[in-house]
Design a protein around this ligand. Structure first.
Ligand code: NI
Length: 263
């Protein structure tokens, strides 16, 4: 296994817990970023996982013949096993243990591509709004751009200290239940902070930290590779109603059901 090469300072750890997010300039080497970018582009070009519902349009209705505006792959490591043994993963896990406790472990990964010129925005949301409303989470996401990420191509934006909020009401993007992506009903984005990063930098955020990425207006595709870590989720004492997830009817879910019928 690859050994981690990064340790956060006490100041960085305190800043993460105070603000609900943290940005660092490098989580891996330039060589590894170049390798990851090749794998990444191949997986999207081959549309891996499409049939089993692991590749779909996060921001559109996901019609078979239309170009996706925000294509996403769930668990790219299933299609490129070499992703299991990377320096960025080793460093991300080491940092997750610093931020969440020594029991923190890898929970999953996905890839979100914003195609050049037309990649859609990812509206303001809290990640926990997608998850099981019956569980209590101690999680974080590590967002790694595989090229520079800036205001023009869709870098990460956060609302400082929003990690202390409850999960706010969400709805499917454009109120279209065919769309997988969620957006928050009402938001005051004035306090938002943009986090431009060099290739192979990283941001960390919690499950309730409000975040957003703008559309890609640049000539280069914006590739983000996202790793999730956490301690085992616990059952909540008080139930919540994430009704927005019950209202969804996406093409991706239909493909998952088709696959289950076949097997
Ligand atoms: Ni998110």
């Amino acid at each position: 296994m690859i050994e981690p090469t990064i340790k956060l300072s006490d100041e960085q750890v305190a800043s993460y817990h105070r603000e609900g997010y943290l940005a660092i300039e490098a989580i891996t080497t330039h060589d590894e970023v170049a390798r990851l970018r090749e794998i990444y582009d191949r997986l999207f070009a081959q549309r891996v996982g499409r049939e089993e519902g692991n590749q779909f349009d996060l921001a559109g209705a996901d019609d078979e013949d239309a170009e996706a505006s925000l294509p996403q792959i769930l668990s790219p490591v299933k299609y490129a096993p070499e992703l299991a043994n990377t320096l960025c993963r080793a460093n991300a896990l080491a940092i997750a243990k610093q931020l969440l406790g020594p029991e923190a472990e890898y929970h999953g990964e996905h890839a979100i591509l914003k195609p050049a010129f037309h990649g859609a925005e990812t509206p303001w949301h809290q990640d926990e709004a997608y998850w099981d409303s019956a569980l209590e989470y101690n999680e974080l996401s590590v967002w790694i751009p595989l090229q520079e990420a800036n205001l023009e191509n869709g870098c990460m934006h956060f609302i400082p200290r929003s990690h202390q909020l409850e999960v706010m009401p969400h709805h499917s993007i454009n109120h279209d239940p065919r769309i997988h992506g969620l957006e928050i009903d009402k938001i005051d984005a004035a306090p938002a902070v943009a986090c431009p990063l060099p290739p192979g930098g990283a941001t960390f955020h919690g499950p309730r930290t409000l975040h957003y990425t703008p559309p890609n207006r640049s000539a280069i595709s914006r590739r983000a590779y996202i790793l999730g870590f956490g301690t085992p989720a616990k059952k909540r004492a008080t139930p919540r109603d994430f009704y927005w997830n019950q209202m969804k009817k996406t093409a991706r879910e239909e493909r998952v059901q088709q696959m289950q019928k076949k097997s």
